[in-house]
Design a protein around this ligand. Structure first.
Ligand code: ADP
Length: 264
């Protein structure tokens, strides 16, 4: 590991070979972390080297979703990230706070933690680093934009109007941060029925609305990249540390994530 810092081009430089994608949502519970976990594994299935930085400080869930059971190791002052499902490297703030304790950090501490996760973690030569962002437009979003000005943003919403409105707001900060918004993933889009029809449990149109409105606001297309169905296996896979895209790639959600990973 000696010389790692000198050798690797930091993520924040324009000529970094690592693509950094911040996965965001307007509010919690829309499946942002589930999308991050499945996208990470889906990209790894494409042969890419993938890392995930769980920056959802108050609701960290990526270690469980990616089946991490070991602690990060420390060698020569570098933090070695544990490896989860699909060979994805994972670092989460949850690995550094005592279990059961709430994280009550303020902006500057969060900023320093992020800085450390980018500089002191031995990520190796990643093709893609996914950031699981806290929902909304808080301190972490601003820190990420400052520390990783070349990062792109992927927005997760449900079809519901209320979710779409807040998702649009969280995407609109890209006008100030100058980050590129890659597109929108609509999660919990529908419940597939046995006869092949779709039951729109959470309504419909949220993903499309965010895509069109943000496209107009930002002046470039913000495509609706995927519509992920409601799928019991997705929830079970998340709880079991085996993302559905790996556990059952031919399930409705598994297929949707494979498509999303191929399109990115
Ligand atoms: P967020 O990161 O936005 O708070 P999570 O990814 O933690 O959301 O998802 C919230 C809950 O909903 C989790 O229990 C997850 O397993 C479940 N879930 C997410 N997406 C789906 C889906 N498409 N089908 C079934 N359950 C889902």
């Amino acid at each position: 590991l000696t010389g790692h810092k000198e050798r690797e081009i930091p993520f924040n430089q324009a000529d970094s070979l690592t693509r950094v994608i911040a996965v965001t949502s307007g509010k919690g519970g829309v499946g942002k972390s589930s999308v991050t976990a499945n996208l990470a594994v889906g990209l790894a299935q494409q042969g890419l080297k993938v890392g995930v930085l769980d920056a959802d400080i108050y609701g960290f869930s990526l270690p469980r979703m990616l089946g991490i059971t070991s602690e990060p190791q420390s060698i020569d002052g570098m933090i070695i990230p544990p490896i989860g499902a699909g060979g994805v490297k994972v670092i989460s703030i949850g690995m550094f706070v005592p279990e059961g304790q709430p994280v009550i950090w303020r902006g500057p501490m969060l900023h320093r933690a992020l800085q450390q996760f980018l500089a002191d973690v031995f990520w190796g030569d990643l093709d893609v680093l996914l950031l699981d962002m806290p929902p909304g437009t808080g301190d972490v979003a601003i820190s990420v934009a400052q520390l990783l000005p070349n990062s792109e943003v992927l927005i997760v919403t449900t079809p519901q109007v209320a979710a779409a409105e807040v998702a649009e707001r969280s995407g609109s900060i890209a006008t100030q941060t100058k980050q590129r918004v890659l597109g929108v993933v609509e999660n919990m889009s529908y419940l597939p029925q046995e006869d092949g029809s779709h039951l729109d449990i959470f309504g419909s149109g949220g993903g499309e609305t965010v895509s069109v409105r943000l496209g107009n606001l930002l002046g470039h297309p913000v495509p609706l990249l995927a519509q992920i169905p409601l799928d019991i296996e997705l929830r079970q896979g998340g709880d079991a540390g085996m993302p559905v895209v790996l556990g059952n790639p031919t399930s409705p959600a598994g297929k949707a994530f494979q498509g999303l990973s191929a399109d990115l």
